[in-house]
Design a protein around this ligand. Structure first.
Ligand code: SF4
Length: 386
């Protein structure tokens, strides 16, 4: 019965989904996972290299979904034509919809139960894209709570309380089982919200709670209801950004080169200062989510790609509001962006307390590059950047 379920993992080209593939391959080898990647045709070379490295490590090919079949134009240009040359933006995200979500929805179409693994980390507070299709269930192995919000809402709803309490009585094995029972017996209320109940029960025992959720799912039509067992119910790991870098480095797959910080120099009040920049995300090289300093990084490190991005700007369509890439690329403007970036990051660094172990052990404050990245990482689209 179990082999009916298909396990899938989307590789965005970012560090977290790549690390998740390695982690699941190494920690849960019994899971037969199918990997896919939605290719916009406009990713950085480093992204394609990461995918190749992963294929070698995993010993499996990564299925490429490009959303347009065998058209001559690459996927992004195909849809740009269809949208009349109208560039995507934060207000009009046709690119994510057509190039990432639609191919995924097509890939999972049908009735086959599907478990989809998502690389949201334990130090992030976001859900990621969850398909509305009833044959798909998302699992978040890096988080303390591996279940999606819809599952949690059902398991911890007051209407299912007695049923869940009985499951817990039968299944929990932790020494202080009575304490867990009290948490589950307490009704959700304005003074005890569902998130607080979830945190309390997970703080008590992750494994007991996972066992109960898995038993609960057996009474539903969720994909995991068709599985005899699920190894992740014993998962106690919570993985944060440090762990992701470690997994990528230790495996030999490597951290995508665009994440690596590079020095820039800028004159401020007559003094030469050294700042750091990198790209903070995977995705298309012209992604409109990038900050101005990332555009400067692209200009100075990938001039041909910058030129290609610039060539898309015509007839009033620009990647950013209020400034063309031609204007941004002038020496004077780039200097001014670096000055603003350097000053802003210095100011933030003074207030910043890094949550990452590596920073705590080496220095209580992260470097400028870390501060910048912390803020940028969660922005934008989980389908493109995990
Ligand atoms: S990376 Fe940016 S431009 Fe590319 S599909 Fe995603 S949101 Fe759109």
């Amino acid at each position: 019965m179990e082999n009916k379920v298909k396990h899938v993992l989307g590789i965005s080209g970012g560090k977290d989904s790549a690390a998740l593939a390695i982690y699941l391959n190494d920690t849960y080898p019994s899971l037969d996972i199918e990997y896919y990647s939605c290719d916009t045709g406009k990713e950085l070379d480093e992204t394609y290299q990461l995918i190749k490295n992963l294929e070698i490590y995993l010993g499996k090919s990564i299925k490429v979904l490009n959303g347009v079949g065998n058209e001559e134009l690459n996927p992004f240009d195909h849809f740009l034509n269809r949208y009349g040359g109208y560039l995507p933006s934060t207000m009009s995200r046709w690119c994510t919809k057509s190039l990432k979500l639609a191919p995924f929805e097509k890939y999972i179409a049908g009735d086959q139960p599907i478990v989809s693994y998502v690389g949201i980390r334990g130090d992030e507070d976001r859900e990621g894209y969850i398909s509305k299709k009833s044959n798909v269930q998302s699992i978040f192995p890096f988080r303390k709570n591996i279940w999606s919000v819809d599952v949690i809402n059902k398991v911890l709803s007051n209407s299912n309380k007695d049923f869940v309490v009985n499951l817990y009585k039968e299944m929990a094995v932790s020494k202080s089982k009575d304490r867990g029972l009290k948490i589950l017996e307490a009704a959700v209320a304005p003074t005890f919200k569902i998130d607080e109940k979830l945190d309390s029960i997970l703080d008590h025992s992750i494994q007991d709670f996972n066992k109960v959720v898995f038993a609960f799912l057996k009474t539903t039509s969720y994909p995991l209801a068709t599985c005899d067992d699920f190894p992740l119910i014993d998962n106690n790991d919570i993985l944060v950004r440090d762990d992701i870098f470690r997994i990528l480095e230790d495996s030999g797959v490597g951290v995508p080169a665009y994440y690596k910080k590079k020095e820039y120099h800028v004159e401020i009040d007559g003094e030469m200062k050294t700042g750091y920049y990198s790209r903070s995300r995977s995705g298309c090289f012209f992604c409109f989510f990038q900050q101005k300093i990332e555009w400067v990084w692209l200009f100075e490190n990938h001039p041909k790609l910058f030129e290609q991005a610039m060539n898309y700007e015509k007839e009033g369509f620009t990647w950013q509001q209020g400034e063309t890439l031609e204007e941004l690329s002038s020496e004077e403007r780039r200097e001014s962006i670096k000055r603003e970036h350097y000053t802003r990051i210095k100011r933030k660094k003074a207030k910043f307390q890094s949550p990452n172990l590596v920073d705590i052990l080496t220095d209580s404050t992260a470097d400028e590059w870390e501060v910048d990245w912390e803020e940028e990482e969660g922005k934008g689209c989980a389908a493109c950047f995990i």
